[in-house]
Write a protein that binds this ligand. Structure first.
Ligand code: FAD
Length: 289
């Protein structure tokens, strides 16, 4: 089912998984996904070589497993930096034969040796997908605090507007730790004529190290209230991770109460995180038990 149809019907609740590395990746992914499905997400997204993992070949097979074997809607990510039109055509054909109709169209992070070929920006990929006539529901990324490379806020919104005009159907946000950033962003989108539904992406922090890395790779700022939670959690890694899940659940409940279009949990391949998110939303009455 198309994600736009789900967004039109209700506030959605979804998870992200990334293809595991190492041996038996499909079996591992299947195991993770089958546990997450018990929490009845509207969809599960599958990353594409995120963080330079180079595991893009597993995205479509995992998405196909989600659709065919687990009966849950899959959102297959696709990055275009370094890809040719022929590469994209092949990917689209593989989605069609796997029965996957949702794709998240991305540029991908810049990396040494990864030069643009036929696509410079995500909007070029979106326009190409549209012009190719592929029957796909196309999502795109957005950044409540601006993309790390955007020199100005104007630039950031201009590129979002370009994604919309190229044919994106909805947006999924980068992680953020202060919901006020998201609410301000939502308002500014309207002022910049970006009228697409926006799914809010939330990732629990797991440690001081991890949140520092996020701040640099995603440009997400770390509010004082998060620093305090981490200080209170102390040095024990388990306590830090627990504080992160608790904080993320509070963020999700607040976003639900503020009527966001959808809630997407960067669940880091941990079914326990996905489950905690669902429990938090059930507890405050935003999801049925
Ligand atoms: P773009 O929209 O192309 O934007 C990149 C930069 O270029 C921005 O600064 C933008 O302002 C600027 N820009 C855009 N268009 C123009 C233009 N026409 N002229 C001038 N400047 C322009 N990465 C992965 O590798 N795999 C994944 O699976 C993955 N999943 C993600 C999922 C989500 C929800 C998000 C938010 C990000 C994900 N990423 C993933 C990371 C993403 O690839 C990076 O954030 C990347 O740096 C930018 O991707 P984009 O699609 O937003 O690019």
């Amino acid at each position: 089912m198309r994600i736009t149809d789900k967004l039109a019907a209700r506030q959605t609740f979804s998870f992200e998984i990334f293809p595991p590395k190492g041996e038996l990746p499909l079996e591992t992914a299947y195991d993770i996904a089958s546990q997450m499905v018990r929490d009845r997400p509207d969809w599960i997204s599958v990353t594409y070589s995120a963080g330079g993992t180079g595991n893009s070949a597993h995205t479509v097979p995992i998405a196909a497993q989600l659709e065919r074997d687990l009966g849950v809607t899959a959102l297959a990510h696709l990055t275009c930096l370094g890809s040719t039109r022929a590469d994209v055509d092949a990917y689209v054909a593989s989605l069609a034969s796997a029965g996957v109709e949702n794709v998240l169209a991305l540029r991908g992070d810049r990396a040494p040796g990864r030069e643009a070929k036929d696509f410079e920006h995500a909007s070029d990929l979106i326009a190409y997908l549209r012009s190719s006539g592929a029957d796909l529901c196309v999502g795109a990324a957005c950044y409540p605090e601006g993309h790390v490379e955007s020199p100005t806020e104007e630039e950031s919104f201009r590129s979002l507007y370009l994604k919309q005009e190229a044919g994106a159907d909805y947006l999924v946000s980068q992680l953020f730790f202060d919901n006020e950033d998201f609410y301000r962003f939502r308002e500014k989108c309207l002022r910049h004529r970006v009228r697409l539904p926006i799914v809010a992406g939330i990732m629990p922090f797991t440690s001081v190290k991890q949140i520092q890395r996020m701040a640099f790779t995603c440009g997400a700022s770390i509010p004082a209230k998060v620093v305090k939670r981490l200080v209170l959690a102390g040095d024990d890694p388990a306590d830090q991770a627990r504080a992160g899940v608790e904080y993320a659940c509070e963020q999700l409940a607040d976003l639900a109460a503020n009527g966001v279009d959808g809630l997407h949990v960067y669940s880091m391949n941990k079914p326990s995180v996905a489950h905690a998110a669902r429990e938090a939303l059930v507890a405050c009455g935003y999801l049925g038990a």
